[in-house]
Design a protein around this ligand. Structure first.
Ligand code: F6P
Length: 321
């Protein structure tokens, strides 16, 4: 019987379950046994593996998190850990492995590919920081989560004539802040990729106040600094009253959006096609111009993420009043 494994790794993301479901259903449809590996690469090394069946993925497409659990494994970073993982895969007669996660997980998948394992990566991270694909699974849900929180925060800021400074996730990538900021909307977006200094942002908030706009919203990507620090900075430089809100894990949970469910389903099915073809060297699936693509894991990891200047420029127009 042909069989392959599937695992989720790194930070969880809404839509991971939808991807696991798609992988299982596409795999069973092609006559595979699909093995669920629990707790990421650590679970692979430890042999936490169970065969998945249809009931395991019943009613999970609408659930955040991951039924396979996830982890960031130190053990797997060593040569010994990777060798152990290969041995476990051989012991289970796995023909391949599908890894759902972000760049750290893709590095792990690539290490196994270099050891001769048929490995396919599915991009699952709210950060949208992988340059080879237009979108990663979870990003759309995360920006929807951020938008709905911004609306609530704006209500109370407006009631007190305050400035809301909302910190969002994304590591070194500002996409969550940029997209949610454009339509949240935010008056100021502070990003790791953009040139706006904290001084300029403070001046802008003062100008807003002079023009009679007492409530402004600022979104700060975690890669550009912390909301608390920016609020302290505003205290020293301006007379606006600002409050910091760190959205944290709220933006990573909840039921996945339609866009994420569709993306996860398309990418999951494509990953199984590649396993069936027995692709070697490591591949990653993704989406470009709404077409599903696959590239080598090397290319996926080395393609620089291009900053979306168009959206940033658009925001500078849309935030005027
Ligand atoms: O990579 C996803 C992400 O949510 C980042 O945006 C964030 O910086 C990080 O993970 C948080 O990691 P942890 O779950 O380990 O706190």
């Amino acid at each position: 019987m042909k069989r392959f494994g599937v695992l989720t790794s790194g930070g969880d993301t809404p839509g991971m379950n939808a991807a696991v479901r798609a992988v299982l259903k596409a795999g069973l449809n092609k006559g595979y046994n699909v093995l669920g590996i629990y707790h990421g690469f650590k679970g692979l090394i430890d042999g936490r593996i169970e065969q998945l069946q249809y009931p395991d993925v019943h009613n999970i497409i609408d659930r955040g998190g991951t039924i396979l659990r996830t982890a960031r494994s130190q053990d797997f970073r060593s040569e010994e850990g990777q060798q152990k993982a290969v041995e476990v895969m051989q012991a289970y007669n796995m023909d391949g492995l599908i890894v759902i996660g972000g760049d750290g997980s893709f590095n792990g998948a690539n290490a196994l590919a270099k050891r001769g394992i048929c490995t396919v990566g599915i991009p699952g991270t709210i950060d949208n920081d992988l340059g080879y694909t237009d979108f990663t699974i979870g990003f759309d849900t995360a920006i929807n989560n951020v938008m709905s929180e911004i609306s609530k925060i704006r209500d109370t800021m407006r009631a007190h004539d305050r400035v809301g400074v909302v910190e969002v996730m994304g590591r070194n990538c500002g996409d969550i802040a940029l997209w949610a900021g454009l339509v949240g909307p935010a008056d100021i977006i502070l990003l790791p990729e953009s040139p706006m200094s904290w001084d300029d942002a403070a001046k802008q908030l003062m100008v807003n106040k002079l023009k009679g706009r007492f409530t402004s919203m600022v979104i700060i990507a975690e890669g550009a600094g912390h909301a608390d620090d920016f609020v302290d900075f505003l205290k020293q430089k301006t007379d606006v009253e600002a409050k910091a809100v760190v959205l944290s894990y709220i933006q990573r949970g909840g039921d996945p959006s339609t866009a994420d469910r569709v993306l996860a389903t398309r990418l999951g099915a494509k990953a199984v096609d590649l396993i069936e073809q027995g692709v070697m060297g490591g591949r990653a699936v993704g989406i470009r111009n709404n077409a599903i693509i696959d590239v080598s894991l090397d290319e996926a990891l080395n393609t620089k993420k291009v900053f979306n200047e168009e959206l940033y420029r658009l925001n500078s127009i849309m935030s005027k009043f």
